[in-house]
Ligand binder design. Structure first.
Ligand SMILES: [Zn+2]
Length: 242
């Protein structure tokens, strides 16, 4: 009987030691996790982790669209003050996208050229820190991404773009300007003008044929189907080009 009592006491001591150890471990690790996260509870991928992720999966590579699709027209609104924040967000005008996104875009550009049209890019991959600025400027998440989740632009899987005429380089008429917060920017809003209606349809059809999906409140924003596989990143363009 005393042997059983001894064993029982032993188990209780061991159990309470383990419990105490776990308690201290949790107390020790909890602030570390909080420190690693930002104030919105996210841990966006930085340069070193991104470089490793490209080694294990080449599809993660952020491709420079101007180099990958020679001649593609860029008009990066966030590298100017001509955007809804009224501030210059990017220090250099660049458009990057993950490799499969860039490959799909190359096919779209080729399709459009047969119709005398081309793409003009307003924005591609966007560092997470820019999404935080947008949210803190304009809290409505109908038009700006929530920093608690990050944007699909932060994953290198979204593009803001429009159509231009190959010969003149002029933008085709669309329901609104890029970056507009009007209801006319919604792709489901009825458009009276048949030319504008056709232009919007040409853009959406061209993009959706190659794996993109138009955003429900912005005719110019397209998400690459399968964006969930890619992490939110906070790497600026200068770092990518080092
Ligand atoms: Zn967008």
């Amino acid at each position: 009987m005393s042997l059983w009592l001894e064993i029982f006491t032993e188990i209780r001591i061991v159990n309470s030691t383990i419990f105490r150890f776990m308690k201290y471990l949790i107390l020790l690790l909890f602030p570390c996790t909080l420190l690693a996260q930002n104030k919105y509870g996210l841990m966006p991928m930085k340069m070193a982790e991104y470089t490793e992720s490209v080694k294990t999966n080449p599809e993660n590579e952020l491709v420079n669209l101007a180099e990958f699709i020679p001649g593609i027209v860029l008009e990066i609104g966030y590298a100017t003050t001509n955007n809804f924040t009224g501030k210059k967000i990017y220090t250099i005008a660049r458009a990057y996208a993950r490799r499969p996104v860039a490959e799909a875009l190359k096919k779209i550009q080729a399709d459009l050229k047969k119709q005398g049209l081309e793409l003009k890019i307003f924005d591609g991959y966007r560092p997470y820190s820019a999404t935080v600025i947008f949210y803190e400027t304009y809290h409505d998440t109908t038009y700006v991404a929530s920093p608690y989740k990050g944007s699909r632009h932060n994953r290198g899987c979204a593009l803001d773009l429009t159509l231009i005429d190959s010969k003149t380089g002029k933008e085709l008429q669309m329901p609104t300007e890029w970056d507009s917060f009007k209801k006319e920017a919604w792709p489901t809003t009825l458009v009276a003008d048949p030319v504008i209606r056709k232009n919007r349809k040409t853009l959406i059809d061209a993009m959706e044929k190659h794996g993109f999906k138009v955003n429900s409140s912005e005719w110019w924003h397209f998400d690459f189907v399968g964006w969930q596989k890619y992490a939110v990143m906070d790497i600026d363009f200068e770092e990518l080009e080092k």
